[in-house]
Design a protein around this ligand. Structure first.
Ligand code: SAM
Length: 294
């Protein structure tokens, strides 16, 4: 089978099926073999792996994955792509295509069925309109996986990897870095896709931690705090958090907790590390308890 990563082969199959790109599904197909090679290399796929691909499109990357992995499960929302995938993936006996919406599928059940509950690897050129819900869904629902290698909008990749005190640092950086170690593997310009996206892209590899790098009593509460801190990122932390009324915590509770942690009261959320948010969360969470002592 001729590789689809070459523009003329992609054009030929699209014309054969009279396929029309659907903007609402974030369809930008890869047409660059060197980018495909780099994604596969970053994902470190071997015969022992079961790979979950989100949005196979016409099967361009799926073919690469099928050549290297033990098995591939590919979930595609667009019904019009299913007959195309039947043709382009016909030579590969180790691929299962599922038509459906990745945000609505029970991925844990899927992992159990196709990988016997063993950690899967997720590899995808993601539809950009739902990058964050897809990635956070995989982490928060505790889907068994060892790594995620995905193409995302360049700015989103930078935010995932950002460190405290930088302009890109925010709630997404902390959420991703609680679950995984991020590393940008490649920057990818718009001309590597058909049609060309209006934004730059990047491949990011997220290596899942077996246990999170910080200990926190109540994850949900910590993320509530983080979201509130960055919702008003220009405000000093006590004002940002008190203004957002995080689970009944008062401004006095926050200044007292900061004092205990020897963090200046004038600090903004964008300067706090994940470790500091975890410690702050543990103290504040106790204020919210019935016998509420910090
Ligand atoms: N993997 C292909 C490639 O690299 O050429 C296509 C990538 S394209 C950026 C994103 C793909 O995700 C499209 O095929 C699109 O139809 C599919 N998609 C969009 N939303 C989806 C969803 N909610 N669930 C599953 N697939 C989705």
């Amino acid at each position: 089978m001729a590789t689809l990563g070459i523009p003329r082969n992609t054009i030929a199959i699209l014309q054969k099926y009279e396929f029309h790109f659907q903007k609402k599904f974030g369809q930008n197909f890869l047409i660059d073999t060197s980018v495909l090679e780099r994604i596969i290399a970053a994902a470190e796929i071997g015969r022992e792996d079961c790979v979950l691909e989100i949005g196979p499109g016409i099967g361009t990357m799926t073919q690469y994955l099928a050549e290297r992995a033990g098995s591939v499960v590919a979930v595609e929302i667009d019904k019009a792509l299913i007959p195309i995938l039947e043709e382009t993936l016909a030579p590969y006996g180790n691929v299962t295509v599922i038509q459906g919406d990745i945000l609505k599928l029970d991925i844990r059940e899927l992992a159990e069925k196709y990988a016997g509950g063993k950690p899967m690897k997720v590899v995808a050129n993601l539809p950009y309109y739902i990058t964050t819900p897809i990635i956070m869904g995989l982490f928060e629902k505790s889907v068994p996986l060892s790594g995620i290698t995905v193409m995302v909008q360049k700015e989103v990749a930078q935010r995932m990897q950002a460190k405290p005190g930088t302009k890109d640092y925010g709630a997404l950086s902390l959420a991703v870095q609680y679950y995984a170690e991020p590393e940008i593997a490649a920057n990818v310009p718009p001309n590597c896709f058909m049609p060309r996206p209006t934004v730059g892209s990047a491949v990011i590899h997220l290596r899942r931690y077996a246990v999170p790098p910080v200990k926190v009593e109540d994850e949900k509460f910590m993320f509530e705090l983080i979201r509130a801190a960055f919702n008003q990122r220009r405000k000093m932390l006590p004002n940002a958090l008190a203004g957002a009324a995080v689970s009944g915590i008062t401004k006095e509770n926050i200044t007292e907790a900061l004092r205990k942690l020897e963090i200046p009261e004038t600090i903004r959320g964008e300067k706090l590390s994940l470790q500091q948010f975890a410690m702050l969360s543990d103290i504040l969470h106790r204020y919210g308890m019935p016998d509420g002592k910090g």
